[in-house]
Design a protein around this ligand. Structure first.
Ligand code: SF4
Length: 396
C-alpha cells in the first residue's frame, strides 16, 4: 500500500539569504492569512483534481514536510489551521514523520508550542554555518549560541528528531572554520545532517556579484570549486566518524533516522506539494508517473486557479531516466533487477553502454551483484553523471 508524502511550501522569510534563489521572499505579514486560506482551498480540491486526471491518490500520508521559506513566521493560529486542514483531508498515520524547517533564532516559544501540539516530531534547522561571521555575511540572522539554544529548546519541547543543514563553500569559509562548524554539529548529537556544496545561482544576489563584481556580498571570498569539493569530502569522513552515515549525496543520518519524506522523492514514491512553486508526483490508474507543479509567482498563486495546466504524463523513457538519476543519488544505488522488472530487459540493455563508460571513468561502481552506485568521485560530479543518462536511446 502506498502512503503519500505531503509537502507545504511556506515562502515567507525574514531576510533574503544572499545565495538563495528559491521562490521565497520578505513579504508583509498581511499575506500570511490569505496564503493559508489558499492552501486550505487547494487541500480541499485535490481529490476532485486527482479524479479529473485519473490519478491514484492514496488516502493516507506517512510524511508531512513544511518547508520554504520559514514556516515558523506564521502565527501559531495559522500553523494550527494548516495541520487541521491536512488532517481533515488525509489520514495521517500514527507514526508519520512530520518535519518543519526552521531558521535558528526564528522559533518563538508559542510557535514551538504550536508545532509540538500539532504532532511535529522533526525539525530541520537551516544553520549553514556555526561561525557567526560566515552566517552573518550570507544574511542569516542567527549566531552559534542561538542555534544551539534552539536545538536544546526543541528537544526540551519533546521533539526528538533534529536535522542540521550546513553549506560548504560560503564566503570567507576556510578549512579551519569548516572543521569547527562540523565539530559543533557533531557535538550536538543530532540524528540527521544535510551538507550542500554551495551552488551559486546567477540570479541570486551573490551570483550576480560573482558575475558582475562588487564587494557587498563578499563574492570574492567564495572558495574555489576544488576547495568546496575538499570540504564536502571532509564532511563525509567527519560525520561518518560520529555515526552520521551518508545515505544520499547531501544527506547523513544515524541508522533509522533517514528522512522518510525526502526518500520518497528519490524512490519515486507519490507525493503532493501544496503552495508556491510546489511539485507533485502521483501515478495514473495505469501506473504512469504524473508530474505537476504550481507557479512560482506569489500573486498568481494567490489569485489561482492552481494546477490549471494539469499534469504532465511521463513517457517510459523519461521514467527510466528518472529511475537512474534519482536512484543514483542514494548510496544504496540502483537495483538493476528492479529496473529490469519495472521496464524491460531491452531497455536495460540500452543503458549498459552508458553504465560501462561511467564505470570506466571511475564515476559509477558495482556495490554488489545487483546494485550500481556513484563512486565518491561520482558524487562530486553527479550532475555530469545524471546528464549522461538523459541521452539514452528510446525504449523498445
Ligand atoms: S531562509 Fe531559506 S528560503 Fe529564506 S532566503 Fe534563506 S535560504 Fe532562502
Amino acid at each position: 500500500m502506498d502512503f503519500l508524502g505531503l509537502y507545504l511550501s511556506i515562502p515567507f522569510c525574514r531576510s533574503k539569504c544572499t545565495y538563495c534563489n528559491f521562490a521565497s521572499g520578505v513579504f508583509p505579514a498581511a499575506y500570511h492569512e490569505r496564503y493559508v486560506a489558499r492552501l486550505e482551498e487547494d487541500l480541499r480540491r485535490i481529490r476532485t483534481r486527482a479524479r479529473q486526471w485519473s490519478a491514484a491518490l492514496p488516502d493516507a500520508a506517512d510524511s508531512i514536510y513544511l518547508g520554504g521559506g520559514t514556516p515558523t513566521l506564521l502565527s501559531p493560529a495559522l500553523i494550527r489551521r494548516l495541520f487541521t486542514a491536512l488532517r481533515r483531508e488525509f489520514a495521517i498515520t500514527p507514526t508519520a514523520e512530520i518535519t518543519v524547517e526552521c531558521a535558528p533564532g526564528q522559533l518563538p516559544p508559542d510557535a514551538l508550542d504550536a508545532l509540538a501540539e500539532a504532532g511535529v516530531n522533526r525539525i530541520s534547522f537551516g544553520v549553514q554555518s556555526f561561525i557567526d561571521s560566515e552566517a552573518r555575511q550570507t544574511g542569516r540572522l542567527h549566531t552559534r549560541a542561538t542555534a544551539l539554544e534552539d536545538i536544546a529548546r526543541v528537544w526540551a519541547a519533546g521533539i526528538r528528531g533534529i536535522s542540521v543543514d550546513l553549506i560548504a563553500g560560503l564566503p570567507g569559509q576556510a578549512h579551519e572554520s569548516w572543521f569547527e562548524s562540523l565539530g559543533v554539529l557533531t557535538e550536538t548529537g543530532v540524528d540527521h545532517a544535510s551538507v550542500y556544496m554551495l551552488e551559486v545561482d546567477d540570479e541570486s544576489r551573490l551570483g550576480r556579484e560573482m558575475l558582475l563584481g562588487g564587494a557587498r556580498y563578499h563574492a570574492q571570498q567564495v572558495p574555489d570549486d576544488d576547495q568546496i569539493a575538499e570540504m564536502y569530502t571532509e564532511a563525509i569522513g567527519v560525520l561518518a566518524g560520529c555515526g552520521l552515515a551518508q545515505y544520499e549525496i547531501s544527506n547523513f543520518a544515524r541508522r533509522g533516522h533517514e528522512s522518510r519524506h525526502n526518500l520518497k522523492y528519490w524512490r519515486r514514491e507519490p507525493y503532493l506539494g501544496f503552495g508556491l512553486d510546489a511539485h507533485s508526483m502521483l501515478r495514473s490508474r495505469d501506473g504512469a508517473a504524473l508530474r505537476f507543479a504550481t507557479t512560482d509567482d506569489l500573486e498568481a498563486y494567490l489569485a489561482g486557479p492552481v494546477w490549471a495546466e494539469g499534469p504532465r504524463v511521463l513517457s517510459r523513457e523519461e521514467e527510466l531516466e528518472e529511475a537512474w538519476f534519482l536512484g543514483l543519488r542514494l548510496n544504496e544505488g540502483v537495483s538493476v533487477a528492479a529496473l529490469r522488472e519495472e521496464f524491460s530487459p531491452v531497455a536495460l540493455r540500452n543503458c549498459q553502454e552508458t553504465v560501462a563508460e561511467l564505470e570506466a571513468d571511475g564515476l559509477l561502481q558495482r556495490i554488489d551483484t545487483d546494485r550500481i552506485a556513484l563512486t565518491p568521485r561520482g558524487r562530486l560530479l553527479s550532475n555530469e553523471v545524471f546528464a549522461r543518462f538523459l541521452a539514452e536511446p528510446a525504449l523498445t
